[in-house]
Ligand binder design. Sequence first.
Ligand code: ARG
Length: 456
Amino acid sequence: MEKMWAGRFEKASDKMADDFNSSIHFDKKMYKQDIKGSMEHAAMLCRVGILTPDELGSITSGLASILHDLEVGDLDFDMNAEDIHMFVEAELTKRIGDTGKKLHTARSRNDQVALDLRLYMRDEAFAVIDLLKALTKTTLELAKKNTETIMPGYTHLQRAQPITFAHHLLAYCMMFIRDVSRILDAVLRMNYSPLGSCALAGTTYPTDRDSVAEALGFDGVTMNSIDGVSDRDYCIELEAAFATVMMHLSRFSEEIILWSSWEFKFVELDDAYTTGSSIMPQKKNPDMAELVRGKCGRVYGDLMATLTMLKGLPLAYNKDMQEDKEAVFDSVETVKKCLAIFIPMVETMKPIPENMLAAAKRGFINATDLADYLTKRGLPFRTAYKIVGTVVGKCVKEGKTLDEIPLSEYKEYSEIFAEDLYEEIALETCIRKRISKGSTGYASVMEQIAYVEEQI
Ligand code: ARG
């Protein structure tokens, strides 16, 4: 195929160079955005008198027929085209003749690709938000069913204080809510149209950038044409937001992996979201959660790839920037796939409250409450802390729990101890008495549930 710029050159480019240069095998993903952008660009060219209504009519119907044929599979992408923009333009000219060659007036591929990518990422950002909302809802539903399910809360992966399973799950809901707001925030900054920046300096044609921006659902146009074609901040911001989503999913995955092990057995994963082993007949492996944890790394990598690609690039467009797309596409596709698998995995996950409670009963997770018991009756907290530490040491030696030590023995440590201490260190009491805002207490958890419900 003869190059668009053949006039300037004395010989054709090398085949390997063409393949190396070509991006159609990945930027074909943006065909819808490219065609939509071209339709609005043409409509504007007609409004300002650059195209006649007839020319606009044939460009619009030509583009519509290309879109249709791609959608139904009647048209294949030409892998010899340099990119999606060249492909659509060449196909248009093939279909409608010379009028097709007028489409690229007052535009460059530099602002065209910047436009397409913004449109694409806007659609994808909302797709990720929808999935995040669905996962928040699923996690919330599980929390609502487990407001009375007592489990150990951990620090350093050591049993620390009693909490409810609902409280633990709600922590993830809060993360997902912030994830949504981070993405929305990035979209707000991204949602300005670069189209009309042209190659870098703008154009001598009397274009109307604002009306195209409005027709494409943007909040306005980018204010500096050099920035308009050079900016990929929105890729970085969205990749960073997706990397944060993946980090949250990875932490949740890690817990699900631990919880479904025989060491914990706090949950049972549904057979549909686990795998067996090719050699060990007893195995039921949490592969989905492990893969999500593993895929977190590639999404971090996508962010790093984009940051590094842009580092040190002079203004304005450089071909390096073609490398933005595979990274950003991989980032969005990976996060979507991970969210999509997480929703049914969490939905079908069965908590095993007996095991959570059994674990909560071991590990002295009511020790803080015992220290508070003494403190509320007049001892300085540090003194109380020390006494309880000594009692715990004794329990460890004797293989007992705090509620198995008789009152007479407690009295040896402090005269303040009385019969009501047992009620005070009951796990249920420890939770009920957590009254601070955001705590594991029943009222606080109900408040958190209401908050999450309102957010989604
Ligand atoms: N395929 C190119 C990209 O993705 C489109 C822009 C090309 N512009 C240029 N001046 N070569 O970045």
